[in-house]
Design a binder for this molecule. Structure first.
Ligand code: ADP
Ligand code: ADP
Length: 227
């Protein structure tokens, strides 16, 4: 079964007289292990779509199934648990907790789930991220690229089936952007995770297997660009 099944998704912001249709009947199926990039002009609905797929925003109508589970059937607390276990979210501005160390930020989703990270598990992740010697640092002591690597580690430590990244390189220079994309691709291959990535950068978009273009809240293009 597909990891993601979206049917007739609509999202309308605002009240009558002042409405913005952010998503206009979006339907989409993504298979397990796919790497999909989403492109489109600013304000076309990309972030709104990703937030709804990640269960952090609610659609006005339509349905989203992640791993066969209809998100609208989960209450808030079950949705929070489902999200922590099944969905990894990566943001443009990292969303790290500034008063927690790198180690604490990495393990936060496990902690919230009343699970404990094995010591080896955190070390192994830190090594993959190239952050072994920074585990006790605070986010503010790290470069942007390093902070984004922490946020990727936090999203992936629980091995979610679905990884959603919203402009993960939007705040980084070319060199750091390339490194972050390589890291995401490495994890995608290694753990066979499904990766959906929003980007403004055409070079990054073209590294995916499938390219979706959104304009005015609609999918206007959806093509496989490599096997
Ligand atoms: P993109 O990610 O492609 O830039 P967004 O999903 O952020 O697009 O926004 C789509 C449309 O919805 C835009 O017109 C934006 O202004 C509007 N929008 C997004 N979030 C909100 C919100 N919380 N309240 C009102 N309008 C919003
Ligand atoms: P992005 O395109 O990277 O999502 P935006 O600037 O469009 O960045 O949105 C940043 C935040 O502001 C999002 O949480 C979005 O929901 C909110 N937002 C965007 N447009 C509006 C709007 N017109 N009214 C209220 N909130 C908005």
């Amino acid at each position: 079964n597909p990891i993601l099944q979206v049917r007739d998704l609509c999202k309308v912001y605002g009240s009558s007289g002042n409405q913005v249709i952010a998503l206009d009947h979006v339907s989409l199926t993504v298979n397990r292990g796919e790497f999909v990039s989403i492109v489109g002009p600013s304000g076309s609905g990309k972030s709104t779509l990703l937030h709804i797929l990640g269960g952090v925003d609610k659609p006005t109508s339509g349905s989203v199934q992640v791993d066969g589970v209809e998100l609208s059937t989960l209450n808030e607390s079950r949705l929070a648990v489902f999200r922590r276990r099944q969905i990894g979210l990566i943001y443009q501005f990292y969303n790290l907790i500034p008063v927690l160390t790198v180690r604490e930020n990495l393990t936060l989703p496990l902690l919230l789930d009343h699970r404990k990270a094995g010591k080896g598990q955190v070390q192994a992740m830190a090594e993959e991220l190239g952050l072994s010697d920074r585990l006790n640092a605070l986010p503010g002591e790290l470069s942007g690229g390093q902070q984004q690597r922490v946020s990727i580690g936090r999203a992936l430590l629980t091995r979610p089936a679905l990884v959603l990244a919203d402009e993960p390189t939007g705040n980084l220079d070319t060199k750091n952007s390339a490194a972050i994309v390589e890291l995401l691709k490495t994890f995608h291959k290694k753990y066979a995770q499904t990766l959906i990535l929003i980007t403004h950068d055409p070079d990054i978009a073209l590294q995916a297997q499938r390219l979706i273009r959104i304009e005015d809240g609609r999918i206007v293009k959806d093509e496989v660009i490599r096997p």
